[in-house]
Design a protein around this ligand. Structure first.
Ligand code: GDP
Length: 455
C-alpha cells in the first residue's frame, strides 16, 4: 500500500542520547497524539504544526514510557510530502520498540526499507538522483563523498542533466514545426539549428560522462592494491590502514572471498582496498611467491602500493614487480618495518615512483598518507555534487549520448525528421531515467530496497 500510515525507528539500534521515531501518512498526528500527551494538556492535533511540543509518551497499555519532544507537519510541508510526525525520545532501544508497538496498535504499520524516501520521490519532493544522494550521504566515508552527496541532494546533478534535457526538448519543438509541413524537406535553416542543438547536447553529455571516473572515486574510493612478497608486511599494513584515521568504513562481503573489499581514508583520499581476502590468508601454501596474486590484485587498480621490507635486501624479482606496477597505475614504493635496522640500500637502476617508509606495526603511516594526498590532490578536493557517481547514472548518460550521436549522423545523411525524432526521444527517455522522470518501477524498487528502514 502506498498511502497508509507508516512508522519506523529512524535512528541507529544502539543506546544513545536521543532516538527518533517517524510517522508518515494520513492521520500521522492523530496516531502520535494517541500515545503522546502534551504537557499543556491540549491534544497534539490542536498544537501548532512544525513546532516542538513537550510531553509524555505512553506505551500501548497507557503506562508512561518517556518524556519526549514531538513535532508534526501537515501534508505538503514534510520530507515525504505527507502528513508526518516525529517523536524525539531518549535513545533507549527498549523505549523506542515499545513506542513503535504503541503506534502500531493505533493504526500505523512498520515501514519497509527506504519507504519514507520512496514516498518523497513518488510525491515529487525529491527526484531520483536526490533520493540516491540521501543514501550516499548516509554511507559517505570521506569529506569529498559528503560534499558530492550533499550537492547532489540539493539538485546539482539533476540541474546539469535538466540543462541537456531542455536543449533536446527544443530540438523536438523544431522537428514538430517541420512535421507540420510534411511536404517540405527539412529546410537548411532548421537543419543547422537542430545540428547546433544536437552538438551542444552531445558535448554536454560527453563532459557529464567524463565525470564518472572521478565521481566513482569520490563515492567508492580508489581501487588500491597492496602487493609484495610474502612476509613483507602486507596484512599488517592492511590492518593498520583500516584502523587509521578511525576509518574502518565498510566490509562488503561478496559472494566469493575474492570480492571482499575494505575502505579507508588516507591523506584525505578514500581508498577501496581490493583483494583483501587474499591478503589476510598469508599462510596459503599454493601462493609461495605471491607473484600471481599480486598480478591479479594489480589488475584494475587505480593505486598500487608495492611493499618491500627495508630490513631485508630487496631482490631483482621485487623490483620487477615494481616495474610492472608502474606500468599499470600510479604506484608508491613502500619500505616496511621502518622500526627495524635497515639492510644496505640496494643499487637501483630504474626510475622510482614516490618512495616512503612506514612502520605499520606501530601504526606509523604518515609518509604514506602524504604521498597518497600528493598523488590524488583531487581525491580530497572540491565537488559541486554534479558528478556521475554510480553505474546507473553512467549507463543512462551513455545511452542518451549514443542516441544523440545517432541523431546527428542521421541528420548529416539527410534522413527525414521523423527518423531523428525517435533518436531524440530515446535520448530524452534515458535522461528521464537518470533523474527519475521516466524511470521504470522495478528500477525504483531496486534502488529503494537498498535503503535502511526509517529512511
Ligand atoms: P604479509 O605476508 O606480507 O602479509 O606480511 P605480514 O603482515 O603477515 O607480516 C609478516 C611479519 O612481519 C609479521 O611477523 C609481522 O608482525 C611483521 N611485521 C609487519 N609489519 C611490521 C613492522 O612495521 N615492524 C615490525 N618490526 N614487524 C612487522
Amino acid at each position: 500500500m502506498e498511502n497508509d500510515l507508516i512508522a519506523a525507528i529512524a535512528t541507529g539500534p544502539s543506546h544513545s542520547a536521543i532516538g527518533i521515531i517517524r510517522l508518515s501518512g494520513p492521520r500521522a498526528a492523530a496516531c502520535a497524539g494517541a500515545v503522546f500527551i502534551p504537557a499543556g494538556g491540549k491534544p497534539l492535533t490542536d498544537c501548532a504544526p512544525r513546532t516542538l511540543i513537550y510531553g509524555t509518551l505512553h506505551d500501548k497499555a497507557g503506562h508512561p514510557l518517556d518524556r519526549i519532544l514531538v513535532t508534526w507537519s501537515p501534508a505538503g510541508h514534510s520530507y515525504t510530502g505527507e502528513e508526518t510526525a516525529e517523536l524525539q525520545c531518549h535513545g533507549s532501544p527498549m523505549v523506542l520498540t515499545l513506542a513503535l508497538e504503541a503506534l502500531c496498535a493505533h493504526g500505523a504499520r512498520q515501514a519497509g526499507p527506504g519507504e519514507f524516501t520512496r514516498r518523497a520521490f513518488l510525491n515529487g519532493r525529491l527526484d531520483l538522483t536526490q533520493a540516491e544522494a540521501v543514501m550516499d550521504l548516509i554511507d559517505a566515508s570521506s569529506p569529498a563523498a559528503v560534499r558530492q552527496a550533499a550537492g547532489q541532494l540539493s539538485g546539482a546533478l539533476s540541474r546539469r542533466v535538466e540543462g541537456v534535457y531542455a536543449g533536446l526538448v527544443d530540438v523536438m519543438a523544431h522537428f514538430h514545426a517541420v512535421l507540420d509541413y510534411p511536404d517540405e524537406d527539412l529546410d537548411p535553416f532548421t537543419a543547422q539549428t537542430v545540428e547546433e542543438a544536437l552538438s551542444k547536447a552531445g558535448a554536454s553529455l560527453e563532459a557529464l560522462l567524463a565525470t564518472y571516473d572521478r565521481g566513482r572515486v569520490v563515492r567508492e574510493g580508489i581501487p588500491t592494491a597492496i602487493v609484495g612478497r610474502p612476509n613483507v608486511g602486507k596484512s599488517t599494513l592492511l590492518n593498520a590502514l583500516v584502523g587509521y584515521e578511525r576509518a574502518i568504513v565498510t566490509d562488503i562481503p561478496g559472494t566469493t572471498r575474492d570480492t571482499v573489499e575494505e575502505k579507508c581514508v588516507l591523506g584525505g583520499v578514500l581508498l577501496r582496498l581490493i583483494d583483501t581476502a587474499g591478503l589476510r590468508e598469508t599462510a596459503d601454501p599454493v601462493e609461495k611467491l605471491g607473484v600471481e596474486r599480486s598480478r591479479k590484485a594489480m589488475e584494475g587498480a587505480g593505486l598500487i602500493l608495492v611493499l618491500m621490507d627495508q630490513s631485508q635486501k630487496a631482490t631483482e624479482e621485487e623490483f620487477g614487480l615494481l616495474r610492472e606496477a608502474m606500468d599499470l597505475a600510479p604506484t608508491v614504493l613502500v619500505w616496511t618495518k621502518g622500526d627495524l635496522p635497515s639492510a644496505p640500500a640496494p643499487a637501483v637502476n630504474m626510475p622510482l615512483p614516490p618512495v616512503v617508509t612506514v612502520s605499520a606495526g606501530r601504526g606509523d603511516l604518515g609518509e604514506l598518507a602524504q604521498a597518497v594526498a600528493e598523488l590524488f590532490p583531487q581525491g580530497a578536493g572540491e565537488t559541486a555534487g554534479d558528478l556521475l557517481t554510480n553505474a546507473r547514472h553512467a549507463e543512462a548518460a551513455a545511452r542518451a549520448k549514443a542516441s544523440v550521436d545517432w541523431a546527428r549522423s542521421a541528420l548529416r545523411s539527410g534522413v527525414t525528421p521523423d527518423a531523428l525524432l525517435t533518436d531524440v526521444e530515446e535520448a530524452l527517455t534515458a535522461l528521464g531515467e537518470l533523474t527519475g522522470k521516466t524511470v521504470r518501477e522495478d528500477v525504483t524498487d531496486r534502488i529503494f530496497s537498498r535503503f535502511c528502514v526509517g529512511k
